[in-house]
Design a protein around this ligand. Structure first.
Ligand SMILES: [Fe+2]
Length: 156
């Protein structure tokens, strides 16, 4: 599914708490820590890169700059997903395929969004950033916490 379609669905079904002035949407919180140092530091970096995209959008930067910032976020997301997938594969994590499918789905949606953005068919909006913020919180709070707990159990 295209991210733009997904966003339309989301705006219909859930309230968007637009954060157009403050920079709180991508503030790291202690509760996001899953207890695995590599995963946690990569998540912090993801929040920083998403916050850069947010500030760039709010500053009204042009398409070229926005695309560069978006690109940094996408590259680092791919790097993070690959690292998590390696951790899961190396440890025989039972939900590997399900978790990887979620990574693949988001990557495909975001890459598709970027294509539309470059072609001038869509824009970087608060809705997009809210979608990313919700996705990150869900990804960390539910799926990644399970990986960290599994790795912790195995090492105990
Ligand atoms: Fe993650």
């Amino acid at each position: 599914m295209r991210l733009t379609g997904c966003l339309q669905g989301m705006t219909r079904t859930m309230p968007i708490s637009a954060d157009t002035k403050g920079m709180t949407m991508f503030n790291w919180k202690a509760e996001y820590a899953v207890g695995h140092p590599d995963i946690d530091s990569q998540h912090k970096r993801l929040f920083q890169l998403a916050a850069e995209l947010h500030s760039s959008m709010l500053a009204g930067h042009g398409k070229e700059i926005l695309n560069r910032v978006l690109n940094n976020l996408i590259s680092y997301t791919k790097h993070h997903f690959a690292a998590e997938e390696q951790l899961m594969a190396d440890s025989g994590y039972p939900d590997y395929l399900q978790h990887k499918a979620k990574h693949d789905q988001l990557t495909a949606q975001v890459v598709e969004f970027q294509k539309d953005f470059v072609a001038g068919r869509t824009a970087i909006t608060v809705d997009l950033l809210q979608f990313l913020s919700n996705w990150l919180q869900h990804h960390i709070g539910l799926t990644d916490r399970k990986i960290a707990a599994y790795l912790h159990e195995r090492s105990a």
